[in-house]
Ligand binder design. Sequence first.
Ligand code: HEM
Length: 176
Amino acid sequence: MKGIVFTEFLEMVEDKFSTDLADRIIETANPESGGAYTSVGTYDHKELVSMVVALSQETGITVPNLLHNFGRHLFGKFLRSFPSFFEGTADAFELLERVDSHIHIEVRKLYPDAELPKFDTRRIGPNEFEMIYSSSRHFQDLAGGLIDACIDHYSDKISVERVPCEGGFVFTMRKN
Ligand code: HEM
């Protein structure tokens, strides 16, 4: 997993909690890499999972909630760092449709060793959209946070329902 995800995670912990807590969760998780992450490096995604578990133990916030909040935080970073990916997109459905077919393809050009999930998308009708997440990393809660932040970014009124399916999770979104 790319270092940008790790550096953003630790930045979120420092902002929302404290630098001390960020240091402590690295100590508890004791990652093989040593925990000095750089945004262009590549690290085992399990190191992120260990740090989230350590943060959960320290804060009492569940792992799914922490990953969801982190997804929201990460969307803000993507928006600031990659504004061109958002140009010309009118709403959340359009942007989410482009994650697999365009955005992550460009991401792979920038970072050839990126470990990206698969998304199958489908328009069910003018007001309904489906996105199926599959990844061996099982970051569906992170995906949920990214999706919610995307909906908020476009100020769309959309409800999201998530159900497990074979190999992943289906996110069904309906415009209210
Ligand atoms: C400009 C927008 C975006 C950029 C630049 C971007 C870029 C990235 C990058 C760099 C990674 C890490 C790859 C690695 O660790 O090797 C990643 C992972 C991921 N992205 Fe995106 N992404 C964007 C939008 C989205 C959106 C809107 C979603 C939500 C549907 C999404 C879902 C994910 C998920 C869930 C992962 C974690 C890896 C996994 O689950 O296997 N991304 N993305």
